[in-house]
Design a protein around this ligand. Structure first.
Ligand code: ATP
Ligand code: BTN
Length: 322
């Protein structure tokens, strides 16, 4: 069997619900109970909350709905690949950018090296969240890529609203927030220029049912299950909706750029009219957040009036004096 296939088969069995004994799993997969016990440890290391009860066997602490490649490919054909265990879906597409067609998607259940901006870790436990990336060849070139992460963020929040999920907001430039906690992040990366065009990979990680005991996240976080009306959400359908949303947002952006976009962003800005600080290396500036301008720069009102700030090195935080 391939490297992770036993663990994946165990997870498929556990995802059905109920208890599954080591013996039953071992017989099903043609391995010993000791081997099953070892694989369960590996599954726990992927961030899955699975426990054992003497005499009954193993059970998941929370229900898990796995992604299904057939369901996804019924919608998108070979454009979408599901690779359950991966280093990073962004890296996977970046490595293959030369042979991909715009709109190609990679999804995963677990990322061993999921990443955020500036090489920070994106914690990616198995089966609990969504990790997806889309390749896009942007004819407008690299300079247009900054606006793109803003446009994608707005499109995703609006898609959630259409599903009846209210209260998800945006943090400039690349995060989705719920009740002042980070729900999702967007990461736009480039694999170099193809003539004037840019080879882009747009990645999104969205927490759906992340176990409360998940370790390694250095700031408050939320899961989509915290939002009202998410009880009946189907994980595969949500993935399909978000892939369609991403595709549409990129197509629109190619046609219209940021035109008409400021109002849409400002309606959803989590920090609009609130005191914030912008951190730029050793420098910090505090003021009141006034949303964004047509170039996608964040606007900060200080004693000097309203100033705009743009660039990948800027971090926005709530200022303590709220
Ligand atoms: P900024 O982008 O403004 O600098 P940021 O802190 O959100 O701020 P990012 O690089 O965008 O930084 O994202 C990485 C941050 O996200 C880290 O603080 C990390 O602990 C946190 N993080 C990692 N995984 C998750 C996750 N699954 N859910 C929420 N937050 C996460
Ligand atoms: C951020 O907030 O800094 C962006 C986080 C982006 C995480 C996603 S998960 C899918 C894709 N693959 C990665 O390694 N990162 C992005």
């Amino acid at each position: 069997m391939k490297e992770h296939s036993i663990k994946l088969a165990i997870l498929r069995a556990l995802a059905q619900g109920g208890f599954h004994s080591g013996e039953e799993l071992g017989t099903m997969l043609g391995v010993s109970r000791a081997a099953i016990s070892k694989h369960i440890k590996g599954i726990q290391a992927w961030g899955v909350d699975v426990y054992r009860v003497q005499g009954k066997g193993y059970q998941l602490a929370e229900p898990m709905q796995l992604l299904d490649e057939q369901t996804l490919q019924a919608q998108f054909g070979d454009l979408v690949e599901l690779i359950p265990v991966i280093d990073s879906t962004n890296q996977y597409l970046l490595d293959r950018a030369d042979s991909l067609q715009s709109g190609a998607v990679c999804l995963a259940e677990y990322q061993a090296k999921g990443r955020g901006r500036r090489g920070r870790e994106w914690v990616s436990p198995f089966g609990a969240n969504l990790y997806m990336s889309m390749y896009w060849r942007l004819d407008a070139g690299m300079a247009a890529a900054m606006g793109l992460s803003l446009v994608v963020g707005v499109a995703i929040v609006e898609a959630l609203e259409e599903l009846g999920l209210e209260g998800v907001k945006l943090k400039w430039p690349n995060d989705l927030y719920y009740q002042d906690k980070k729900l999702a992040g967007i990461l736009v990366e480039m694999s170099g220029q193809a003539g004037a065009a840019a080879n882009l990979v747009i990645g999104m990680g969205m927490n759906l049912t992340m176990p409360e005991k998940t370790e390694g996240i250095t700031q408050p976080w939320a899961s989509l299950k915290d939002v009202a009306n998410t009880g009946t959400l189907d994980r595969n359908e949500l993935a399909i909706t978000l892939i369609n949303t991403l595709h549409q947002a990129l197509t629109d952006y190619e046609l219209k750029g940021m035109q008409g976009f400021v109002t849409r962003w400002n309606r959803l800005d989590n920090f609009l009219d609130r005191p914030i600080k912008l951190i730029m290396g050793p420098r910090e500036i505090t003021g009141i957040c006034r949303g964004i301008n047509e170039q996608g720069a964040v606007l900060l009102e200080t004693d000097n009036g309203v100033e705009s700030f743009i660039g990948g090195e800027i971090s926005l935080r709530l200022s303590k004096c709220e």
